[in-house]
Design a protein. Sequence first.
Length: 334
Amino acid sequence: MIHIILAILKIVGILLAVLLGLVLLILLTVLFLPLRYRICAEKHGELKKSTANVSVSWLFGILKVKAGYRNGQISFVPQIFGKKIDFAKKNTGQTEDSSEEAENNETKNCETEKTEDVSEEKKPLPVLEEKTKPDPEPSPKTETQENKASKSETQDGEMSELQAEDAAEPEKRHRFFNIIEKVRMQIEKIRNRILTAKEQAKKTIRSITKSKETLKRYLDFLRSDLSREVYQILKNHLFYLLRHIRPHKIKGYVHYGFGDPALTGEFTGILYLILPAKCEELDLEPDFEDQVCEGEVLALGHIRICHLALTGAKIFFDKKLKIYWKRFRRLRRA
């Protein structure tokens, strides 16, 4: 019985050791196996006529991604074992099926509409019967009534003229009071607008003062000793990453200029700091007078994820950076 238990435990231990070995192998390959990149760019004249190609490979070229820019169009092609993966074919097949279904539905709808139109045309129209009515003949009684009505209308007209003359005077007074009321309302509107403008001006002044105070707080925070130490730490981490990420081989030439001699000189200094010392085959041609950007460049390099993970861990566990972040959050809440 003990031998059986020991054999089972032995098998379980072997399986666990194999699984741990696989996990370690995967972690080591992800961390230390580099991502190799190749950049090739060419520009002469306009930006639309320029070309650029970028390829990134991993696992000795088993996984590869290619991206390019040519004639104003961008291309993106992933590859596995040297075979292209086209996502466009699946999408086009689905769109063709959907378009065929839509065409069939349209033809069915057209046929049903035609049948409905034919059935409506075949329906008989209803016949309207015209009823003739005899015109009423005028009677002598109605003529006498009309004469009486005309006489009463003339009398009413004379009375209405007298009443209109009597009512004209209060109407004039009413109009005069309406004009005065309108003038008063306009004056009140102007007064309210002036008051609102004053309140808005006060609010803007308060907001400007608050913004000035907040800006002063941020500037004091950025000029503090702690912020300087944090900037130095981040600068060191950035240069560490650039040393391991920058290309180890560069060929070609670059003719550039910003139209400003000072800006062009600063940019050349930054390039000489970033570029490796081995890039002797790259010719930099700064132009201190005109604004120019043209050339041909071929760059080769690699990136290891272990360097990115190491810098991220250092930044995350740094005590000064944690204190700096807490103070910054307090400043935002205040």
